[in-house]
Design a protein around this ligand. Structure first.
Ligand code: HAM
Length: 417
């Protein structure tokens, strides 16, 4: 028997409704904030990710699915969506047509990561990017939007972590300081941190192993230049105005190189070590770095796999059928199929009893299906030109004329959710 590749999985009906519920809610809410969808290819030239995400990051140095195609090009299955989105923005010269652009995307990403709860090698993200706006209130507006989205899918008890990682000027100076501070201490840190010390010292602040030691290290928030300080104060003020609460987390640095200034993540209790359900921040400079104009950027991506895991149990339950047709006899079966066609074309959800069975077993199946009504059609009803409509919640029933599907639809539409 073949099985799905390790750390990938099938999403079957039963779970898929939860995914659809999240996707539909996201589309609805993001549209209210002026975001439109973009779809980019699943693979890109490898160099795109090297240049944007950064060669020293875990993603590029050890997690990418990179292959050479038959034309001898080095291609990579996208590990994230920001770089492809910015690539498309530059390729299509969008900045010439719009002053500010709001895009979102949804789809699979690929990272060869260690298998763990909530961590997959193919996982899905919904991401949002704002290109062409560097005002602090835009950062706050996008964060407010995602918190609104999370509440709308029924989630509470989440923690929004907020930080500023400064700009090149203040960060370079801070990194130098951090290097010096760490020089006599680095031997006590974990092996990943020892590696980061030379390649990407800031990431040591994000170490999950040595939290206590990390807490004693200097904070970038105390070392921001005045422009970054001002920007961050304004972001915080706008979040306060919008009633969004957050935890200031000075050691939040994010794992991709393109970030500057605002950085944020939302974590969920109960997810274990992989508890970030979304992350993002500002990335002014990336568009230019990828060959475009000097246009600022801000965005985030949320991990659908993790979000689905913490969704309330009843969220996104499949919509119940409006009517389950209980059919007795061949002639009634034919009539029921005709009626199902009319009702479905009229927008109703109809289940046809799948096989000729006793009335009792069909009624039991109707009850189990969660349908709101059973429509009973046997030889007697057929002869009278009627169908019996039985409301399954309380057993109340009435006869409707088969020749007038409109009146039937009226009854069915009555208390439809
Ligand atoms: P990221 O923090 O690498 O950021 O990923 C965002 C989210 O994707 C994470 O918070 C997590 O929920 C989910 N995720 C990441 N890796 C996995 C995995 N192996 N399995 C399951 N879920 C995972 C980015 O990707 C940036 N492009 C976000 C961004 C957009 N920044 C600005 N714009």
């Amino acid at each position: 028997m073949y099985r799905a590749v390790e750390a990938t999985r099938d999403i079957l009906p039963g779970e898929i409704e939860r995914w659809q519920f999240i996707e539909q809610t996201a589309r609805d809410i993001f549209a209210r904030y002026g975001f439109r969808e973009i779809r980019t290819p699943i693979f890109e030239f490898t160099d795109l990710f090297k240049r944007s995400v950064g060669e020293a990051t875990d993603i590029v140095s050890k997690e990418m699915y990179t292959f050479t195609d038959r034309g001898d090009r080095s291609l990579t299955l996208r590990p994230e969506g920001t770089a492809p989105t910015v690539r498309a923005y530059v390729q299509h010269s969008i900045h010439k047509a719009e002053e500010s652009t709001r895009w979102y995307y949804a789809g699979p990403m690929f990272r060869y990561e260690r298998k763990q709860k909530g961590r997959y090698r193919q996982f899905a993200q919904i991401g949002v990017e704002v290109l062409g706006a560097d005002e602090p209130h835009v950062d706050a507006e996008v964060i407010e939007m995602v918190m609104f989205f999370l509440a709308s899918v029924g989630l509470s008890g989440l923690v929004l972590h907020l930080n500023s990682i400064g700009c090149k000027t203040c960060r370079d100076a801070f990194q130098e300081d951090l290097h010096k501070t760490l020089a006599p201490l680095i031997g006590e840190f974990c092996s990943d941190c020892a590696r980061r010390y030379d390649r990407n010292v800031l990431r040591i602040l994000d170490c999950k192993v040595d939290r206590e030691r990390v807490a004693k290290l200097p904070s970038i928030l105390d070392n921001l230049c005045s422009a970054c300080e001002e920007h961050f104060t304004a972001v915080r003020g706008a979040l306060d105005d919008a009633g969004v609460s957050y935890v200031l987390t000075p050691h939040l640095v994010r794992g991709l190189d393109y970030y500057m200034r605002t950085a944020f993540e939302v974590t969920a209790p109960g997810l274990g070590a992989q508890n970030a359900i979304l992350g993002g921040g500002r990335y002014d400079g990336l568009v230019k770095q990828l060959g475009g104009p000097d246009v600022p950027g801000f965005g985030f991506a949320l991990g659908l796999d993790r979000l689905v895991m913490i969704l309330p149990e009843n969220a996104g339950l499949p919509a119940a059928a409006d009517i389950f047709l209980v059919v007795l006899g061949e002639a009634a079966g034919k009539e029921a199929r005709r009626l199902a066609l009319t009702l479905r074309h009229g927008g109703l959800r109809v289940v046809l009893s799948p096989a000729p069975r006793s009335m009792k077993s069909q009624m039991r199946a109707a009850g189990r299906s969660g349908a709101r009504y059973a429509g009973i059609l046997g030889e007697t009803e057929l002869a009278a030109g009627q169908i019996i409509l039985k409301r399954l919640s309380d057993g109340q029933q009435e006869a409707c004329a088969l020749g007038s599907p409109e009146s039937l639809m009226e009854v069915l539409a009555h208390d439809r959710s």
